[in-house]
Design a protein around this ligand. Structure first.
Ligand code: SAM
Length: 245
């Protein structure tokens, strides 16, 4: 099958390889591009995620696909010295940028960095009070496997928050967003990172990602309870939340 951008639909290992290439390539410019592409709004989406996390002092938090550590940084302040934050990502280039950035901002003591695949989390059962995955799930090859792995390492009563691009709720917004992401986004990617392909992949991966209701059902199927979602920016982004029974 050929997708919108002429990408062939690729086998499992190839998808993982392509995702790795994309993030090795963009790591150094990742934060700058995030601000440029979203006009800074990604900060508001992340702030809302923190608000709905219910994370308090002493909690253990896992930030999967945490990349350069935006959420981890905020959590490390919230949980205090008696808590723990694990910044986990599969990609060492992203983790390296994240670790340097957090060290520069003075985070120490309650944060550890772990190279880990969301599908096979290397942590014991019932470890975390809260798990976040922000703009990461769409890059994971087997999302169902990843959701089950997250459920396993959450404590009973613990929360999962999935922040991800989703389906715009109006026709007009959908059209404007298509024009933006399929035309302007690769162009900006080319200007800033000299890598239009990676940003074309980004636009494509957003189109292929399950919409709000489908992702909610996937969470229910994986065994999460109290699943709900909140649309943000007209559904361009949605925050899904579920708890471990
Ligand atoms: N959470 C950060 C944020 O919101 O700014 C970074 C998001 S970045 C768009 C997506 C991240 O997902 C990349 O750092 C990538 O390496 C990571 N990733 C992709 N596949 C993964 C997997 N299977 N397991 C863990 N992380 C993965």
């Amino acid at each position: 099958k050929t997708t919108h951008f002429g990408f062939q639909e690729v086998p499992v290992e190839e998808k993982a390889g392509r995702v790795a290439d994309v993030f090795h390539s963009v790591a150094g410019k990742y934060d700058l591009m995030n601000d440029l592409m979203s006009g800074g709004v990604h900060r508001l989406w992340k702030r809302f995620t923190i608000e709905l996390s219910g994370v308090r002092r002493g909690h253990k938090v896992l930030d999967i696909a945490g990349g350069t550590g935006d959420l981890s940084y905020k959590f490390s302040k919230l949980v205090g010295p008696e808590g723990l934050v694990v910044l986990a990502d599969i990609n060492e280039s992203m983790l390296r940028v994240g670790r340097d950035r957090l060290t520069d901002r003075g985070v120490a003591g309650n944060l550890v960095v772990s190279q880990a695949d969301a599908q096979y989390l290397p942590f014991p059962d019932n470890t975390f009070d809260c798990i976040t995955i922000a703009f990461g799930l769409r890059n994971v090859t087997d999302k169902d496997l990843a959701l089950r792995s997250m459920l396993r390492v959450l404590k009973p009563g613990g929360r999962l928050l999935v922040l991800e691009f989703s389906k715009p709720q109006s026709e007009l917004l959908s059209k404007a967003y298509d024009a933006y992401s399929f035309k302007l986004l690769p162009f900006m990617g080319k200007l800033v990172t000299n890598d239009a392909d990676s940003y074309a992949y980004l636009a494509e991966s957003i189109r292929m990602h399950p919409d709000q209701a489908t992702l909610k059902n996937m969470m229910l199927d994986a065994g999460f309870a109290n699943c709900e979602y909140h649309n943000m920016t007209g559904g361009i982004v949605a925050l899904h939340r579920g708890t471990k029974p």
